[in-house]
Ligand binder design. Structure first.
Ligand code: DGL
Length: 267
């Protein structure tokens, strides 16, 4: 089935998820929407994020997508449960795959979660982990400065290292052995996070697991594309196409398709 996969995020961060999907499923075409006009979602209310998610799903449906991946932890934490039953299309997110991987990885049953304020306050990760094993100690820590630091391109900077040391100290105290990167931007500062946490802590990147879950879903539904996608992918944003394109080149490390503007409030 040659219909595309819709992937969306509050902005550029979801490209780290799109990248894993493109790598694992080269037959699939991705239609990506980044809500660059309304980013960040991390500090917004549930009601607002649900409204945004509905609009974006309605837009992606106009692109005839066969499945949707919410490639934004905040949108998953606050809106996935609400929107997934409202539309007649499979919708998956990044939180559940991240949880499943963390559960496989942890040995000492002490898991750390880092994410935006919205994600951490919602306790979505903690609740899902405790549904499987209530004996696991989960320590969540909101790291609101990471997103702007990444967007400023300070991926290897000493400022980012300093901020990470402060944020992560509480997790080190809890003796966690696995740390879920519960925000789309964080895989881009993996090196710093690993350095600060030390070698004994396994970093869990939900993006990789999400691509695997998508592959499984497409198999189950019998809607996987059988021939190589040679048409490339499509990218849409709600503001500042040129800024998005710059960042996208950095993440995807290949020449981009043109980025188009969408007035998302129309949907
Ligand atoms: N994409 C968001 C997330 O994964 C981070 C950026 C934002 O706050 O919108 O939670």
């Amino acid at each position: 089935m040659d219909k595309p996969i819709g992937v969306f995020d509050s902005g550029v961060g979801g490209l780290t998820v799109a990248k894993e999907i493109m790598k694992l499923l080269p037959n699939e075409k991705v239609v990506y929407f980044g809500d660059t006009a309304r980013v960040p979602y991390g500090s917004k209310s549930k009601e607002t994020v649900v409204r945004y998610a509905r609009q974006i799903i309605r837009f992606l449906l106009t692109k005839d997508v066969k499945a949707i991946v919410i490639a934004c932890n905040t949108a998953c934490a606050l809106a996935l449960d609400t929107v997934k039953d409202e539309f007649d299309i499979p919708i998956i997110g990044v939180v559940k795959p991240g949880v499943e991987m963390a559960l496989r990885v942890t040995k000492n049953k002490s898991i750390g979660i880092i994410g935006t304020e919205g994600t951490i306050k919602s306790e979505t990760y903690t609740k899902l982990i405790h549904k499987v094993d209530s004996g696991i100690q989960v320590t969540g820590k909101a790291c609101p400065l990471f997103v702007p630091l990444v967007e400023e391109g300070l991926l290897k900077d000493s400022i980012t290292r300093e901020v990470a040391s402060r944020y992560l100290s509480v997790l080190k105290e809890q003796n966690i052995d696995s740390l879920v990167l519960g925000c789309t931007h964080y895989p881009l500062i993996t090196n710093i996070l690993q350095e600060v946490m030390g070698d004994k802590v396994t970093l869990v990147n939900p993006a990789i697991e999400t691509a695997k879950e998508l592959s499984q879903l497409l198999d189950e539904k019998g809607i996987k594309s059988l021939k190589l996608n040679e048409l490339g992918h499509e990218f849409f944003v709600s503001d500042r196409e040129e800024k998005f394109e710059e960042f996208a080149k950095l993440i995807l490390k290949y020449k981009m398709m043109p980025v188009s503007h969408v007035n998302i409030e129309d949907y």
